[in-house]
Design a protein around this ligand. Structure first.
Ligand SMILES: NC(=O)c1ccc[n+]([C@@H]2O[C@H](COP(=O)([O-])OP(=O)(O)OC[C@H]3O[C@@H](n4cnc5c(N)ncnc54)[C@H](O)[C@@H]3O)[C@@H](O)[C@H]2O)c1
Ligand SMILES: [Zn+2]
Ligand SMILES: [Zn+2]
Length: 365
């Protein structure tokens, strides 16, 4: 079957190959025919080495499809079920799961250590090459084999491409506002970085009733998009200090979300937060990029620093909340998809994200 492959860390283009096999099917596993997948910036970060991911691998972790086969012992899923791909599946029994923080369950990361694709070696006698799936999934493929708890059934009225976005960007951004920061009604919010995840934070802050939502992004098209999705004002990074002065009388915003994944923007976000306010870090950054706060400002300004992983709460509940808001027309998910490409043209999706041309590109499989 066809899949997009990253042979080595640092390559900036994927190779679409027809000789990839999804492997590992057996007890406790399901085989999924992918139908739609989104490109999330974490895929680019895994390709470039910002996020740790062994290579070669098949990127993609924001996807949805249909169950083709169910392994022995799998309950609650059958052939033909429509599912979305959960890249942080819950084991259901570890301390994090028992507390309801299934997004902190580490069991799912065990999948990431097992290759779930293979392709033939170079010559007739060469050994086949094992390939990992990014974050244990690898949705840039026609078929994926994953543990059953990575496949979460979706209601009939949720199209595949909407479900795909709920599989990462939407859940991450909405959850940061609703679960992690718990944005208060009538508060002031700034969102630094307005890609698919940042726009989902904006939609979450609007759903929470924020009074002011300031979108910050260097790309004009992203700022315009942010205004359509509920930002009350959009500024370039160089205009943020002035906006803070003007909008909050120099005090700083009640909530500032970092949705880029760099220490420099996290530091700007910290400085843009009011004393006693909340900095919520959503961006996924590198191991060697150090965010610094001095010990005096840390205690004296009492700013709350809240990181948010995959929506910061029970993952299945986060999906349900996203679907409920979408169904009620309180958030726009169709509008997030500005471009569509086929798997064979996946490198166009990478370019569209790097340039900021697309908000989310949906890859139809
Ligand atoms: N916490 C999590 O669980 C989680 C989950 C998914 C994605 N992420 C991360 O969230 C981040 C955003 O993902 P995305 O898919 O929306 O990416 P994206 O590339 O679509 O958007 C990032 C945006 O940041 C903007 N930007 C770049 N430099 C900036 C600056 N100095 N100031 C303001 N904006 C700036 C870019 O123009 C772009 O619009 C990434 O770091 C991604 O890895 C985290
Ligand atoms: Zn667990
Ligand atoms: Zn993601």
């Amino acid at each position: 079957m066809r899949a997009a492959v990253q042979h080595e860390t640092g390559q900036d283009k994927l190779e679409v190959l027809d000789d990839v096999e999804a492997v590992g099917f057996g007890p406790g596993k399901v085989r999924v025919r992918m139908r739609a997948t989104g490109l999330c910036h974490s895929d680019l970060s895994a390709m470039s080495g910002v996020l740790p991911q062994p290579a070669p691998f098949v990127p993609g972790h924001e996807g949805a499809g249909e169950i083709l086969d169910v392994g022995d012992g799998v309950t609650g899923l059958s052939q033909g079920d429509r599912v979305l791909m959960c890249w942080l599946p819950a084991c259901g029994s570890c301390p994090s799961c028992t507390r309801g923080q299934t997004h902190l369950c580490l069991a799912g990361f065990m999948n990431a250590g097992t290759p779930n694709f293979r392709r033939p070696g170079g010559g007739p006698s060469a050994a086949p090459t094992d390939l990992f799936g990014f974050a244990g999934t690898g949705t840039f493929a026609e078929e994926v084999v994953v543990p059953a708890n990575c496949a979460v059934p979706i209601p009939d009225d949720v199209p595949y491409e909407i479900a795909a976005l709920i599989g990462c960007g939407v859940t991450t951004g909405l959850g940061a506002a609703l679960n992690t920061a718990e944005v208060e009604a009538a508060s002031s919010v700034a969102v630094i970085g307005c890609g698919g995840v940042g726009i989902s934070v904006i939609q979450g802050a609007r759903a929470c009733g924020a009074a002011q939502i300031i979108a910050v992004d260097p790309v004009a098209a992203r700022r315009e998009a942010a205004l359509r999705f509920g930002a009350t004002e959009a500024v370039a990074p160089g205009e943020l200090a002035d906006a803070r002065q003007r909008i909050t009388a120099g005090e700083g915003f009640d909530y500032v979300f970092e949705v880029v994944g760099k220490s420099a923007t996290a530091r700007t976000a910290y400085e843009t937060t009011r004393r006693g306010g909340t900095l919520c870090v959503v961006g996924a950054g590198a191991l060697d990029d150090i965010f610094q706060v001095n010990m005096f400002e840390l205690f004296f300004d009492e700013k709350r620093i809240l990181p948010s992983l995959y929506g910061g709460g029970d993952v299945l509940r986060s999906y349900d909340r996203a679907i409920a808001l979408w169904r009620a027309g309180r958030i726009d998910l169709e509008g997030l998809i500005t471009h569509r490409v086929r798997l064979a043209e996946i490198n166009e999706a990478l370019d569209q994200m790097r340039s900021g041309t697309a908000l989310r590109t949906c890859i139809e499989i």
